[in-house]
Design a protein around this ligand. Sequence first.
Ligand SMILES: [Zn+2]
Length: 318
Amino acid sequence: MTPVAIGIDLGGTNCRAALVGRQGRIGAMSRRPTRMAAGYSAWLEELAEGIEALLRQGRALGLMVAAVGMGAPGLITADGTVVTSPNLPALDGRPLAVDLAERLQLPVVVANDANAIAWGEALFGAGRDFTSFLTMTLGTGVGGGLVLGRRLWLGADGAAGEVGHWTVVPDGRPCGCGNRGCLEQYASARALAVLARERMDAGEPSALAQIAAAELTSRQVGDAARQGDALALAVLEEAGGYLGQVLGGIANLLNLDGAVIAGGAVDSFDLMHPAILRELRRHAFAVPGRRLAVVPGRLGDEAGILGAAALAGFFEQL
Ligand SMILES: [Zn+2]
């Protein structure tokens, strides 16, 4: 039987999983709501049952599942213990990899979701072109994953890559991490909608004013910008500028060859790119600034699943 892995992307709203082989995803992707109201143990059992359904699917296809990899939000140690997960607090302190491995009787790796996305792009997507790169995932927050010399850099405690909490505005907007002025308050997909709404509340005109405050999304901001809406263009310009500012510092520090912008707001990458490059060049020295290619992710929703499966140890590191 051909050995494969199961890759899982655990989000605050949904949990998606698929069988993954050396060339990428195999077959259908399963999607279930993330239900943790009944507590950790009940959720873990439901997750395990979903994985067992995929194991059966694999067997029917003549595939042997050798390992399970999961990307989960939060600070996760190298042994797959969730130290803290602000969006899924039921996981705090849980040895998730050990618990799931015991239940499934399979090797299990649990990694930070943004690291899984970075590793997915490294092996199967936009990161294939780079030796060393940073992935910035613009979603509810801004996640980060750092690949150095074709290795995922986890840091001493597994906590590396948290670029979303890089201070871009001293004493700026309050952030969920307890600090102020973090990048993710200005450049996450959620921030694009929040910043657009604030400008409208301050009296700036925009076509977006027709949309109810709670329903405004980053995609709508991007769509309005494409129609020439001045407010939407200004929000994307501001977000791109902050991304470029951070990338300038990172270019000087690490002299990376790439930065991959992923996550929900990647739809607006082309609209932010000029501001990203302008601020990158302004903040970086000429040589590392020129070297750093900033590109959109290529895998969309699948990056986390593919990366998690690969991190399960089934794939040799490149
Ligand atoms: Zn923060």
